[in-house]
Ligand binder design. Structure first.
Ligand code: NAD
Length: 431
């Protein structure tokens, strides 16, 4: 059957043509081939299960009504309820949300979580909304998708442009629509006062450092005394820097939108954190040399932690990266082509699906605590995070050695393999 006969209206698949999703499918196809994935399973995993588009009318401060467009894509729920963040950004569209929902599916699977993958978003520049407008938008978006979410169905979380306050409004709206009964388990990333988890704030940065330590171990290196460079000094980068510093590493360079700072003897990270609070950026930190973000990526160091944006290491600079190991704190900081160059040059990459998994792992803990109505101490959260993230790393590392492939492909292979087993056990309805 020709492609045309199989798919009578090519426009009906336009939401599958986004670059993020197509990129994920490239790694998916490579990994599926390596593990001889059942072709029927692979065909099902290459498409999202449901894509919901909603109109969101919002009363603005000047009493006009603006109608925004929002999405929730539920990619796959074989392993458990759907889980994935909500993004408020002016570039959000359905193809992007499909790509992000697919990535959540593969991430949750490789991390061994009992969760499926989803993502949501609204096409809006949240920086142009007042607090009231943002609250109105969040509440109406929640209402529009409320039939499809819930503690046993689909559990959103914050992403770009949304935060704990947004999650609090989401939880309140959903709870009001369920007769007014509190439903904390419907979203994660909430403030601690209404069912959030201790340890969530630093979870991703701490996970990055647990993974970095293990990556060093398998490469016969050690954290104490290691030279580390970190791009991005926000939630992920600043906590990663703090935990690396506490473990005796020399954090020689960090950067943010204001530029980069370098000190070969190691920066005093608690003081850099204080400096950022006062000055809104790392720039001008006393006793440091200034460097550009580009220079930071190429600095002489043992481990490079890109924790800012996607696509930072590509074919233009991959050859000049000196770090022996690269831990992807951000989502997609190293492109597929750059990965090939780095691996050929003997570099070790811990891929984002594992390296920045600390956030979703502690989101999972938050959901579990909400369902049990029993809350854990921060030390318990940190210890359980360590157990899960290192188990995922070790599993993927084993796959890498067995199949003689790079860590990114191995992570995808391990992820598909778990999904494949579960899908074959559950079977196809109706058969
Ligand atoms: P954030 O907004 O708190 O921090 C981003 C940091 O990057 C800031 O320091 C900012 O100044 C810096 N930055 C922005 N543009 C830059 C540029 N051009 N060059 C250098 N630095 C730049 O965001 P975050 O929560 O730390 O997220 C960072 C990355 O990690 C994103 O890719 C995000 O998707 C990913 N991530 C975050 C979490 C989480 O729990 N926060 C979880 C998983 C993945």
């Amino acid at each position: 059957m020709s492609q045309h006969q199989n798919n009578l209206n090519p426009d009906s698949e336009a939401h599958l043509n986004g670059p993020l999703f197509q990129n994920a499918l490239t790694t998916f196809d490579e990994a599926a081939k390596i593990i001889n994935c059942d072709p029927n399973v692979a065909a099902r995993l290459r498409k999202p299960r449901r894509s919901l588009t909603v109109s969101i009318p919002v009363r603005m401060d000047d009493y006009s009504v603006k109608v925004f467009t929002g999405y929730r894509v539920q990619y796959n729920s074989t392993l458990g309820p759907y889980k994935g963040g909500i993004r408020f950004h002016q570039n959000v569209d359905l193809p992007e949300v499909v790509g992000l929902a697919a990535l959540m599916t593969f991430k949750n699977s490789v991390l061994g979580l009992p969760l499926g993958g989803a993502k949501g978003g609204v096409c809006v520049d949240p920086t142009r909304l007042s607090r009231t407008e943002k609250q109105n938008l969040t509440r109406r978006y929640t209402s529009e998708i409320s039939a499809f979410v819930g503690p046993t169905k689909d559990i959103p979380a914050p992403d770009v442009g949304t935060d704990p306050q947004t999650m609090a409004w989401f939880m309140d709206t959903y709870s009001q629509e369920q007769g007014g009964y509190a439903q904390p388990g419907v979203v994660t990333g909430k403030p601690v006062e209404i069912g959030g988890s201790l340890g969530r704030n630093h979870a991703t940065g701490l996970g990055v450092i647990y993974v970095c330590e293990r990556a060093m171990e398998v490469n016969q290196m050690q954290m104490a005394g290691a030279r580390i460079a970190i791009q991005g000094f926000g939630n992920v980068g600043s906590f990663a820097a703090k935990f690396a510093h506490e473990r005796g590493a020399r954090v020689v360079a960090v950067s943010d939108v204001t530029g980069g700072i370098f000190n070969g003897d190691g920066l005093n990270i608690p003081e850099v954190i204080e400096h950022v609070k006062q000055n809104k950026g790392v720039k001008g930190f006393p006793g440091s040399q200034t460097m550009t973000n580009e220079e930071l990526l190429e600095v002489e160091c043992d481990a490079l932690l890109p924790c800012a944006l996607e696509g930072q290491i590509d074919t233009h600079n991959a050859e000049r990266i000196k770090a022996k190991i690269i831990i992807e704190g951000a989502n997609g900081p190293v492109t597929n082509l750059a990965t090939k160059i780095l691996v050929a040059n003997g570099k070790f990459i811990a891929p984002d699906t594992i390296a920045n998994g600390g956030g979703v792992i502690v989101s999972y803990f938050e959901w579990v605590q909400d369902i049990m109505s029993f809350f854990w101490e921060e030390a318990d959260v940190d210890a359980k995070l360590k157990g899960i993230i290192l188990k995922a790393f070790d599993n993927v590392y084993k796959f890498k050695l067995e199949k003689n492939i790079d860590m990114r492909t191995a992570a995808m292979a391990a992820s598909i393999s778990r999904l494949e087993k579960a899908m074959l056990l559950r079977g196809l309805y109706p058969r």
